[in-house]
Design a protein around this ligand. Structure first.
Ligand SMILES: [Zn+2]
Length: 329
């Protein structure tokens, strides 16, 4: 699904807002795209950048002209993308950006654009440098910022940009969409918690780490109700070795939170999304003493992953505390 199509279908207010901004020549100097984790923020930011310089905008980018294709290929000198997903955005990144803008536009459109993806990862020094930059908007320089954590941003950033919020998409709609895109039911249900486009969902479930981890996790959950030593042994032998880095660990802990929250819904006879995982959810309800305690424990563990930690050790510490919150033999 193209981003243009995605915006029309799922975020029509955004499609309308930017179409209007272009036709009325009211494009702001800085936008901040805010969306939940899993929304294609960077892809939308790039699409909007294309729309500013597209040769045959309608009015948004057509995705097919030479300029659009050059942007897709990362070969358009007047677009700068700094990706906070890869590493936190530093002061020097912002200074380099300003430096490159002091040179006159090299392309025929005379519009220079920068994208700062995930501004919540900026260091305080970088934020200060950016604020100065945003304070004195220059003609024909356009900023598109993105965030998955709008509440953690300084009000000064919010006040200097126009905040555009992506709507959360109803989960049952996502599950259907993912199945139409070729995912099986299990994967579609799981992915609907973490991704909001079929492409992202598909990319995720086709990684070998996902496949192995899902299998091991389901086996591990099926051991609930058995001896605590059995559960611990299985976890240490089959799950810890699969979780090599912080990103994967964060993802896996997020699954656990989803499982706990879904099982709690089931206990209170509320609708669940993980319909295919009903037996695991029921087992959790039989075994867990207090769901909230384990959710909090897992959230705290995710928080600790943001610091330099030994991931296998952290997983082991979590395991010990997690199993204490269960009725096990
Ligand atoms: Zn184009």
């Amino acid at each position: 699904m193209s981003i243009s199509h995605y915006l029309q279908q799922f975020q029509p207010h955004i499609h309308h807002l930017f179409s209007h901004a272009l036709t009325q020549k009211k494009w702001s100097h800085a936008y901040l795209l805010s969306g939940q984790k899993g929304t294609p923020l960077k892809e939308i930011a790039i699409y909007l950048a294309k729309s500013l310089v597209c040769e045959h905008g309608q009015p948004l980018a057509d995705d097919t002209c030479q300029t659009c294709r050059r942007i897709d290929a990362g070969d358009f000198v007047d677009l700068h993308v700094i990706d906070g997903q890869e590493a936190s955005i530093k002061k020097q990144d912002i200074l380099n950006l300003e430096q490159s803008f002091s040179v006159t536009s090299l392309e025929i459109f005379q519009r220079q654009i920068y994208i700062l993806h995930l501004v919540e990862t900026m260091t305080p020094e970088a934020v200060n440098a950016l604020l100065k930059f945003l304070e004195e908007p220059q003609q024909d320089i356009y900023a598109i910022l993105t965030t998955e954590s709008v509440h953690s941003l300084l009000p000064t950033i919010l006040s200097r940009s126009q905040v555009v919020t992506l709507k959360p998409i109803e989960q049952s709609r996502l599950v259907d969409l993912y199945q139409q895109a070729g995912l099986n039911e299990d994967d579609a249900q799981l992915a609907s918690f973490f991704y909001t486009t079929p492409e992202l969902a598909k990319a995720w479930v086709s990684t070998s780490s996902y496949v192995a981890l899902k299998k091991a996790t389901m086996e591990w959950l099926s051991l609930m109700g058995q001896k605590v030593s059995v559960m611990k042994l299985y976890f240490r032998q089959n799950i810890i070795p699969l979780i090599q880095d912080n990103t994967l660990a964060e993802q896996w802990f997020s699954w656990m939170i989803v499982f706990l929250q879904q099982s709690l819904r089931l206990q209170f006879h509320q609708k669940v999304v993980l319909k295919n995982f009903r037996s695991a959810l029921l087992l959790l309800n039989d075994t867990v003493i207090d769901h909230d305690v384990l959710v909090t424990l897992t959230e705290e563990t995710i928080h600790r992953l943001r610091l330099p930690v030994n991931v296998p050790l952290l997983l082991d510490q979590w395991l010990i505390r997690f199993t204490k919150g269960m009725r096990l033999l």
